[in-house]
Design a binder for this molecule. Structure first.
Ligand code: AMP
Length: 421
């Protein structure tokens, strides 16, 4: 017990001394630099007040027989705090620890140690809900957003890296440990990584797919895969594929399934598609292509169908002009190209009335079979509306598909976590 070097009673005439001699409010200085300002009882013991240690720690609360008992707040030198119940100088009962890093533990204590149920909430929002025994966790579930680690995983992670039992202090570093382990091994326990969306947009030639695709790409970040663009690029570069498909494309007919399927298969395997998902435009155009896509195990979250009557399509196609520099599409009547590019816009070789009829026929012959593959995820949109109104519906359908995919991912993850319990 540190030596008292001065006692100043505060409730009377500031009577001074070097030991507690009566009940009342006093400021006591100790030889080691500690001090206490508070009430002393008839038994000359502290009743309540603020004890400040030379280290910077402090306790503000009630005392019984001179020991911390009842309600009190202890502030550690670094600023961490315990607010709660005390008995015989120890944390005992319900209490909350608030750490300067923003973490909070709320639970039950016995003899200074966590005992029984408690929740450790990390500043990041993660939460460890568990049961403690003599300061060590014996059961815990860790949650962060939609991610959940079962007791077994929590303990496994800790046992592999820390002491045999999950110690008091290890609760504080658990969030960091999880992060580190995630960085080391992506073992399926990682944050719920959403499966990239797979979307198909379908519609007859000039139904407005290109315009919507551009907006989908910008808004949702999907990789736009247009088989028409891929094939035209092949023709333009005079590649072996280009040489094979040039004449059939010019006639308005369909390129053979084998060639298109091969080109799509290679494209779907690339990193940008794996990472950002895909927006298939102009594919599948036949039942065989839909079948091939299914065989590849590609899952489709949304099949958008733009409906436009044939006569409107013929007018759109024959007036369509393309800017070869930007790829932007215009219409001589409905959306004329700006004056400065008027001279350079071109008409696609297959955008004539004669060829569009062939293309429309191919579309109608096949579409009935194709939709049977995608009926559960099909959303039909009236493509005769203004492009902004079409976009409103397209955007809503994509958001819905994204929410559905997210909910499905979470469900899968939760089921997996339950299974490991
Ligand atoms: P598009 O730009 O989508 O109208 O496609 C232009 C032309 O490319 C079509 O008329 C076909 O000759 C060819 N083409 C594009 N996609 C396919 C496909 N999935 N299957 C067969 N031919 C295709």
């Amino acid at each position: 017990m540190a030596l008292v070097v001065s006692v100043i009673y505060l409730d009377g005439d500031q009577e001074k001394g070097t030991k507690i001699s009566r009940a009342g409010k006093a400021l006591v200085q100790f030889e080691n630099g500690d001090q206490f300002e508070g009430e002393f009882g008839e038994d000359l013991n502290k009743k309540d007040g603020i004890y400040t240690w030379a280290s910077g720690a402090s306790y503000e609360g009630t005392y019984v027989d001179g020991g911390k008992s009842g309600q009190g707040t202890y502030v550690y030198p670094n600023g961490d705090r315990y607010v709660g119940e005390w008995e015989s100088g120890q944390k005992h009962g319900e209490g909350t620890e608030l750490y300067v890093n923003g973490d909070v533990f709320k639970g039950h204590y016995e003899h200074n140690m966590r005992q029984g149920e408690g929740v450790y909430t990390y500043a990041s929002g993660a939460k460890l809900t568990g049961t403690w025994d003599k300061g060590a966790v014996v059961e815990a579930v860790w949650e962060h957003g939609s991610r959940r680690l079962s007791t077994r995983t929590v303990l496994k992670k800790l046992h592999s890296r820390l002491s045999k039992r999950f110690s008091v202090s290890s609760a504080r570093s658990f969030a960091k440990l999880v992060q580190e382990e995630d960085a080391e091994e992506d073992n399926g326990d990682g944050p719920v990584k959403l499966k990239p969306l797979g979307v198909i947009i379908s519609g007859a030639p000039a139904s407005g797919k290109g315009t919507q695709c551009e907006m989908i790409r910008e808004t949702f970040g999907l990789t736009h895969l247009s088989t028409g663009d891929m094939l035209r690029a092949a023709v333009a570069s005079n590649s072996p594929l280009g040489q094979q498909v040039k004449s059939v494309m010019e006639s308005g007919g369909l390129v053979s399934d084998d060639l298109v399927i091969q080109a799509v298969r290679e494209r779907l395997d690339q990193d940008d598609v794996r990472e950002h998902g895909f927006l298939l435009d102009g594919f599948p155009r036949t039942a065989a292509q839909a079948e091939a896509l299914a065989d590849l195990g590609v899952s489709v979250d949304l099949f958008l169908m733009l409906n436009v009557p044939d006569d409107a399509l013929v007018a759109r196609v024959t007036g369509r002009r393309i800017d070869p520099e930007t790829g932007n599409s215009y219409h001589v009547e409905f959306n004329p190209p700006p004056e400065e590019i008027e001279d350079r816009v071109v008409q696609r070789a297959d955008d004539t009335e004669e060829k569009v009829k062939v293309r429309l026929e191919a579309f109608h012959d096949n579409i009935g079979n194709i939709v049977t593959y995608y009926e559960p995820v099909m959303v039909e949109i009236d493509g005769l509306q203004a492009k902004e109104d079409v976009w409103t519906e397209v955007e809503a359908a994509l958001k819905q598909a994204r929410d559905d995919a997210e909910a499905a991912s979470k469900k899968e993850k939760d089921a997996a976590a339950e299974a490991t319990d």
